[in-house]
Design a protein around this ligand. Structure first.
Ligand SMILES: Cc1cc2nc3c(=O)[nH]c(=O)nc-3n(C[C@H](O)[C@H](O)[C@H](O)COP(=O)(O)OP(=O)(O)OC[C@H]3O[C@@H](n4cnc5c(N)ncnc54)[C@H](O)[C@@H]3O)c2cc1C
Ligand code: SF4
Length: 443
């Protein structure tokens, strides 16, 4: 190893092979059978279970935990998959501490919830590892549906539509299906090629063709898709990134955190990934935390997240923030970027302190600078590539509760659609619900 954490500038191979392996290993390994039984035994199997109400996909949580407790994890998995076909990924990435586990009666009474996410993973992994697909298609309807986007929303919609007997084609520009499951989620949450294994398993339902290298707006048009299909689902996510709107944004090594993570996810050998000695990440959400944590895990010496408002306004959960702090990421609140300083490439970022009051966010006169070999922008994603003619609301495609857009025959689901939480599990729920509505309208 020639480089270290102290090597100036941007360098690959800052750590030893064992460090990379440990840093990017599974953050919450799967329970074995005994651990799962013990965890399941803590559940009270509540009537009107609050955990179930808090789950965006309404999984019957007490039922699946009881199925684990009685030694039938495959049945538990089927209970999960009947509501959430990406239950395996959601078991790894859901912010359960803000959803089902937050309202678990054990959490409320004792400050320690039933570990619903880990139990879900135990059940879904058990079934998926057997290569079993638990659902069969209904008889063919002869209807053809186009799904645009192969992320969680598109995959969920496609699976439900295929199950109902429709023929589905998914179009996506990227070489692999999975959307942000494949290109966005932090590596240590879903190691070992799980995202692709899950896509392969999901497609076993049959009746779904995936066409990669196909983008709406570049070869594909909404009119064309409508003409060739009985319904269209738009599940294109949020492919754009907000601009910093600060001087020096165009300097070299000022990059999108999402692009950085996508490259990291696709590189099997993390030692080959160059990272700065000093990294500054600007933003306050999950993307900012994931970019910062993974920069640190790649061997950056100093990683700082800077967020323009107070800690309580950060959209990253307190669990995520604690995780960042635990790996050595520093978080500075109430500071906004004024300019990136450098001669051709970023060297420092200048920030102004801010004050968040009833009149809005104000920048103060006091400023400070942070050294930065790399500056990562994580200040939100935006909708790009939505076809003209669709009503847009709050920067997203306007939909009714079941995903109907303003154009007849066109549904939208996931991050690109109005409402929702921009979480994997919400995208899955919306894709499923749009599919059910399409099926009802075609029947
Ligand atoms: C860095 C990062 C980390 C995250 N971590 C978590 C997490 O830990 N837990 C969690 O719950 N959520 C997390 N999220 C949010 C979660 O990933 C998204 O809410 C979820 O992926 C949305 O699913 P989707 O199907 O709507 O969109 P996406 O996953 O973005 O998929 C959209 C798909 O559409 C395709 N597409 C785009 N434009 C076109 C076009 N013009 N034509 C055809 N196809 C197109 C894309 O290639 C992509 O495959 C994270 C997000 C990011 C950015
Ligand atoms: S709230 Fe907690 S204890 Fe009650 S059913 Fe859900 S997981 Fe079990």
């Amino acid at each position: 190893m020639t480089n270290s954490q102290l090597t100036p500038g941007i360098a690959a191979g800052r750590l030893g092979a064992e460090d990379y392996a440990r840093n990017f290993d599974d953050i919450a390994p799967r329970y074995d059978g005994h651990e799962a039984r013990v965890a399941a035994d803590r559940c009270y199997f509540c009537h009107d279970a609050p955990c179930m109400t808090a789950c965006p996909t309404s999984i019957d949580i007490p039922l699946f935990i009881r199925q684990i407790a009685t030694g039938t994890p495959e049945a538990a998995a089927k209970t999960i998959f009947s509501q959430n076909i990406l239950g395996g990924m959601c078991a790894r990435v859901c912010p359960t501490e803000q959803l089902c586990e937050e309202v678990c009666v054990r959490e409320v009474a004792e400050g320690k919830p039933v570990e619903i996410g880990r139990l879900q993973r135990f059940a879904t992994d058990t079934l998926m590892e057997k290569g079993v697909h638990p659902f069969a298609r209904a008889s063919a309807t002869g209807k053809r549906i186009a799904v645009v986007g192969a992320g969680p929303a598109g995959l969920s919609a496609a699976h439900r539509l295929a199950m109902k007997g429709h023929d589905v084609t998914i179009f996506d520009p990227r070489p692999k299906a999975g959307g942000l499951n494949e290109y966005g989620i932090a590596s240590y949450k879903t190691p070992g090629g799980f995202a692709q294994a899950e896509v392969d398993w999901l497609l076993k339902i049959g009746g779904i063709a995936v066409q990669n290298g196909k983008a709406l707006g570049s070869g594909l048009t909404l009119e064309g898709l409508k003409a060739d299909h009985d319904a269209v689902v738009l599940a294109i996510g949020l492919a754009g990134v907000n601009a910093l709107r600060a001087e020096g944004e165009d300097l070299k090594n000022v990059l999108s955190a999402v692009d950085f993570i996508a490259e990291l996810r696709q590189q099997p050998d993390k030692a080959k990934l160059p990272i700065g000695r000093d990294v500054v990440v600007i933003g306050g959400g999950m993307t900012a935390v994931d970019a910062a944590v993974q920069s640190k895990l790649l061997g950056a010496e100093n990683v700082t997240i800077v967020y323009r408002r107070g800690q309580e306004r950060m959209s990253a959960s307190s669990h995520e923030q604690e995780h960042a702090a635990s790996v050595g990421v520093r978080i500075i609140h109430n500071a906004a970027p004024v300019r990136v300083v450098g001669n051709g490439a970023a060297q420092e970022v200048e920030f102004a302190y801010t004050e968040d009051s009833a009149d809005g966010l104000k920048q103060k006169d006091e400023t400070f600078r942070l050294k930065a070999d790399q500056v990562m922008k994580a200040i939100g994603q935006t909708l790009t590539g939505a076809p003209e003619g669709l009503k847009i609301e709050g920067g997203k495609i306007a939909v009714t509760g079941t995903g109907r857009t303003s154009v007849t025959g066109v549904w939208a689901a996931g991050d690109c659609a109005s409402g929702g939480e921009d979480l994997t599990v919400t995208a899955v729920a919306e894709g499923r619900d749009a599919a059910e509505d399409i099926h009802a309208s075609l029947s």
